[in-house]
Design a protein around this ligand. Structure first.
Ligand SMILES: O=C[C@H](O)[C@H](O)[C@H](O)COP(=O)(O)O
Length: 432
């Protein structure tokens, strides 16, 4: 038996339900509309729809967080939207039918609009990527208080039970169950029942609450690390900005502070373009004497904070900007942590004329260099990616490679490694 349930009396659940329904209904029409728009921004910021094809939502009633803008966004991304329909045969269960601009909607016995029953538009539960549920209240353990009919609980229970059957397809994906709620629907602790299915997360207009045990995708981890780095940005400073997909999340978050900082120094044309698009002032490094922090990603990093960088061909400018900064903050997801560098091919930037010569010299050192075809760096040079290196002495190899005539720089960041590493993991951001 669930520990919480012994303390639960039907009365207390009913009272809580009333309390949070009242809170929800006290929101003005303006607040409701703003909330409905903001959940789209929060969902996109948290990379919820990356590689997502089918999403279950709901038609909002009685002050529930309105899903109309979220649905419009998903349609615009060509992501299929499904809405719940009371199961015609299995009492107390839901099925999910496709919802498009042409779907005929009919009120069910509770007065809630549903797509007209048509089995051709049905999506089996195991083919949904995300299921957004309405709720009356949620707590920070992921417990959900619904309307009391138990429709979602029963449906999601059978879905999870089917996933545990011996003949279940183990490689089949599990739909993530995410509650949608106004911030006023957050309770400190809700009484849970044995049959409750905990939520993976709750999306509110201000926050994406991710609960323990739920899994994050790689982009969500990168973003969590990037947002954690914002804490190190000080008012009135000039920030060194790296390059790559993780840094892109940092740039987007930094945009909100653009009036508090003096500006940034960028490590690549790609980052400069993104920074400028946000209206952030970008300085040439020659105009700047010192940088407090430099924030950048990595392709691999060890516990000694030695890194391989340059997967995006920006290594030389990254190394230069990093050299000027007092503190190098490395932001990564946990797939980048390694015990030894070298599985990721080591990028080496070379003067084009010297490419073949440098490649022959690298072979003598035991590496397998490959010319990164079609890539010209921001400095007009070429990249050799060196495979099959077991890098036992990163500072030593960094120096040796830099001694080869024609090498501009190499992607080992060992002499000047990271100072702080912020790693996005399933259990939050870890600092080292
Ligand atoms: O040249 C690219 C940079 O060194 C990047 O910091 C590195 O490749 C990591 O990129 P991402 O954050 O996209 O994994």
């Amino acid at each position: 038996m669930n520990l919480n349930s012994s303390a639960t009396k039907n009365g207390s659940r009913a009272q809580l339900r009333q309390l949070y329904k009242n809170k929800r209904s006290e929101l003005s029409a303006f607040e409701q509309k703003k909330a409905a728009r903001n959940i789209v921004t929060r969902a996109v910021e948290n990379a919820l729809f990356v590689k997502v094809k089918r999403v279950a939502l709901y038609a909002s009633v009685n002050g529930e967080l309105n899903t109309q803008y979220l649905i419009a966004y998903l349609w615009a991304q060509a992501i299929e939207v499904y809405l719940p329909v009371v199961h015609p045969f299995s009492a107390g269960h839901l099925i999910f039918l496709r919802y498009t601009g042409d779907t005929i909607m009919r009120p069910n016995r509770f007065g809630i609009l549903e797509p007209e029953l048509d089995v051709n538009t049905l999506c089996p539960l195991n083919e949904l990527d995300l299921i957004f549920t309405p709720l009356v209240a949620f707590d920070t353990n992921g417990n959900r208080l619904g309307m009391g009919g138990g429709f979602y609980d029963r449906t999601l229970q059978s879905m999870r039970a089917n996933e545990r059957l011996p003949n279940a397809n183990l490689s089949a994906k599990q739909a993530k169950i995410i509650g949608l709620a106004h911030d006023v629907q957050r309770a400190s602790l809700l009484p849970a029942q044995d049959w409750d299915i905990p939520l993976s997360a709750v999306l509110s207009p201000t926050t994406f609450y991710l609960f323990k045990g739920s899994s994050m995708n790689q982009d969500q981890k990168k973003k969590a690390a990037a947002i954690a780095a914002i804490e190190y940005v000080t008012t009135g400073s000039i920030v060194g900005v790296g390059t790559g997909s993780t840094v892109n999340f940092f740039i987007d978050a930094l945009a909100k502070l653009k009036h508090d900082i003096v500006g940034v120094v960028s490590s690549s044309d790609a980052s400069t373009a993104r920074l400028k698009k946000h209206g952030i002032t970008v300085f040439d490094l020659n105009e700047v004497n010192a940088l407090d922090i430099y924030v950048d990603g990595a392709d691999e990093i060890t516990e000694y904070k030695h890194m391989i960088k340059g997967g995006g061909a920006a290594l030389t400018r990254e190394k230069i900007v990093a050299a000027v900064a007092n503190t190098f903050i490395c932001i990564i997801d946990d797939t980048k942590l390694v015990s030894m560098l070298g599985k990721f091919p080591l990028p080496v930037e070379v003067i084009p004329l010297a490419r073949s010569y440098v490649a022959r010299e690298i072979v003598k050192l035991g590496g397998d260099p490959m010319y990164r075809q079609g890539i010209v760096t921001d400095n007009g040079n070429h990249i050799l990616d060196v495979y099959n290196l077991e890098i036992l002495d990163p500072p030593g190899l960094e120096a040796t490679l830099n001694q080869i005539v024609g090498v501009v720089t190499n992607g080992l960041f060992a002499h000047r490694g990271a100072d702080i590493v912020l790693t996005g993991t399933h259990d939050g951001v870890k600092k080292a």
